[in-house]
Design a protein around this ligand. Sequence first.
Ligand code: DX5
Ligand code: ZN
Length: 224
Amino acid sequence: MTTRKIRIAPSLLAADIGRLREELAIIEEGGADWLHLDVMDGVFVPNLTFGEKIIDTCRRYTKLPLDVHLMVVEPEKYFESFVKAGAATLTVHVETAPHLHRQLMRIKELGAMAGATLNPSTSLETIREVASDLDLLLIMTVNPGFGGQKFIHNTVAKIARAREILTAAHSNALLEVDGGVARETIQTCWRAGADTFVAGNAVFAAKDPKAEIAALRALCAETA
Ligand code: DX5
Ligand code: ZN
């Protein structure tokens, strides 16, 4: 466990889009590892955000790898254009993916990291058979759709079980958590086995986002 690299992925959803370039520069200078992009379609989740255009704009404004979280039905419709726009990872919700294996293979074929994600109520059994095919497993720690929600503590045991499944499958997949991740909750996720942390409001609503990224990282390092 001590060799796990900590990744902090601020979520654009909580940034001030009017100051996009500046916000991206701040987190990049602050040592963020990835930029997390929440694509929502108003069908799978009750909210709408953005698509290809914003991914492409972010790619031009930052060197950070773009971690694209697809909260949409029929996500495969967007794989090609989003990878072309600059997505480094594409993560699909298993709830929208009856052909998950095919989707993961397609994402890899396009040259991106292939991720699967689970709502808090979705069983880990949905990814067990593809565990060795995953580059990334994202455990939702809130119900997807909005930033700034309260962390669901029952998901901590699920993070630990997810880590066991990855280990048993000899998978090198990253284990990411998303939703309500902040100073109060990050350590428990890290201890449970997560290595990649989406943080929206915790970073962008902080007085000093750079210091916040460092503080989140330090809380994990402290218990490494
Ligand atoms: C929720 C999104 C999250 C969101 C997290 O549906 O998937 O990525 O931006 O926001 P915070 O960190 O504020 O809970
Ligand atoms: Zn997300």
